[in-house]
Design a protein around this ligand. Structure first.
Ligand code: PA5
Length: 445
């Protein structure tokens, strides 16, 4: 087991009988998932993905990653939401948020098409000047505005730099197998394409080409990532929360939610986990936040955010619970230096490994927050490795599906995302939206 759920910090918040009471609902959710009878059951491809993936495409991803590594200094990944968060989370988690500044023999990687910022696009274009560039545009629908705009910009840039033929060798497209304008356009242009499987939604797609190609370009072992996910798949097959920590996590979330704990804060103690938290927030927010229900997913990195949100968590409105990720075995140690003048009075820590201080900060914070009325779920993750991260990805995906079914929502759709798009298109004057435009403009005044 690469992850252990420690429930010590839930004492006083959840009674033993509450676990027994919720078990039938966990079992019902398990049944819906495994028998594919629940809402959104045509989007369950991710459940078997770590074992039952397209081996031929997997090999193509690896060889394409090598080709990209050899042919560029800068690799631009274009996508939004589930089409970029997983790759960025894994790269930053396993390499570093400062990956681009590290000494390495793999290309710098930047993410575009995940915002509507002229400043961001202009910055990236200037970074590309004088560099060899490849791009990977990732969009299941192929019509999402943000990545489509960025694709226009970077395709133009590549075509100006290398000519249309040269650009073809540098543009890689991850999209639907058959449908959509992006697939049709790629075939027409002769770009190499990778598949977002029909039955895998964006936020569950990190272990498909969506995540795996950029992750492999960063030099990360995608076999080990998949192996971790597959072992998690096998480990979490029993529906009893007495044996299944993944389901127990889903059960605890629902017990706490029903007691008014409507915000979950994912807590990391490593700066490299920041984007993983963002991936998790999208996974849970988009899966559960619907039908006027759902736990609001928030995140922090401690101890940094103990000096910003720490006050609120300790003392603010008591509608919170925390899920703390503790990486048990650190890959890096760092001894605190001695200061003969002991200016800061910290010489009692001279020679102490910073990991020890971090662990102690975590223990102190856990106890303080519990004393302040915040239930804490502690997830002890074995180490910072491809294997453990793959395991954790599957853990959270599976728990999300079970939790969503227990909440009574379809965890696999995202109808709410369309609302802003329609308004934006109408206000921008997209043909067909004329009447809506008038109504919206009247409201804007
Ligand atoms: O999780 C999801 O389904 C969404 O976040 C999508 O990934 C996101 O909206 C991007 O969609 P697309 O890949 O179609 O451009």
């Amino acid at each position: 087991m690469a992850i252990k759920l420690n429930d010590n910090y839930l004492n006083g918040f959840i009674l033993d009988q509450e676990y027994s009471a919720i078990q039938p609902q966990v079992s019902a959710a398990h049944k819906m998932l495994t028998e594919r009878t629940g809402l959104g059951s045509n989007f369950l491809g991710w459940t078997t993905l770590p074992d039952d993936y397209d081996k031929q495409e997997f090999a193509a991803i690896k060889s394409c990653a090598q080709k990209i590594q050899k042919s560029c200094d800068v690799f631009i990944v274009i996508g939004i939401g589930g089409s970029y968060l997983g790759a960025r989370a894994v790269i930053e988690y396993l390499k570093s948020p400062l990956y681009n500044s590290l000494k390495k023999d793999t290309p710098d990687i930047y993410f575009a098409g995940c915002n509507i910022s002229a400043a961001s696009i202009a910055e990236l274009l200037s970074i590309c000047e004088g560099k060899d560039v490849c791009i990977n545009v990732i969009s299941k629908s192929g019509t999402t505005t943000e990545p489509a705009v960025a694709f226009r910009v970077f395709r133009n840039m590549l075509e100006e730099k290398y000519g249309v033929e040269g650009a073809k060798e540098r543009i890689f497209v991850t999209t639907d197998r058959q449908k959509g304008t992006l697939k049709a356009f790629s075939d027409q242009m002769g770009y190499q394409t990778f598949v977002v499987p029909d039955d895998v939604g964006g936020r569950f797609s990190v272990l498909t080409a969506v995540g795996l190609l950029p992750i492999a370009v960063a030099g990360i072992d995608i076999d080990a990532l998949m192996k971790g996910a597959d072992d998690a798949r096998l480990a979490y097959s029993d529906d009893c929360i007495c044996k299944n920590d993944c389901y127990k996590y889903a059960a605890i979330r629902n017990i706490l939610y029903r007691k008014g704990k409507t915000t979950e804060i994912l807590v990391g103690y490593e700066t490299y986990a920041q984007m993983f938290n963002e991936w998790w927030k999208q996974l849970y927010g988009e899966s559960e936040g619907k039908d006027q229900k759902g736990i609001f997913p928030a995140s922090v990195i401690f101890s940094t955010d103990l000096h910003s949100l720490g006050q609120y968590i300790q003392d603010g409105m008591r509608n919170l619970f925390e899920t703390v990720i503790s990486i048990e075995n650190s890959d890096v140690t760092f001894e605190i230096p001695n200061d003969p003048a002991n200016v800061d009075g910290l010489n009692f820590l001279s020679g102490v490994d910073l990991n020890v201080v971090k662990k102690t900060a975590m223990q102190g914070t856990l106890l303080a927050h519990v004393d302040g009325g915040v239930p804490n779920i502690l997830l002890e993750v074995k180490d910072r490795s491809e294997y453990s991260l793959g395991y954790m990805i599957y853990f959270f995906e599976l728990a999300c599906a079970i939790s969503g079914y227990m909440l009574g929502v379809n965890p696999f759709d995202q109808p709410g995302v369309e609302a802003y798009k329609k308004n934006m298109f109408a206000l921008l004057g997209k043909p067909g939206y004329e009447e809506m435009k008038q109504k919206l403009e009247a409201r804007l005044g």
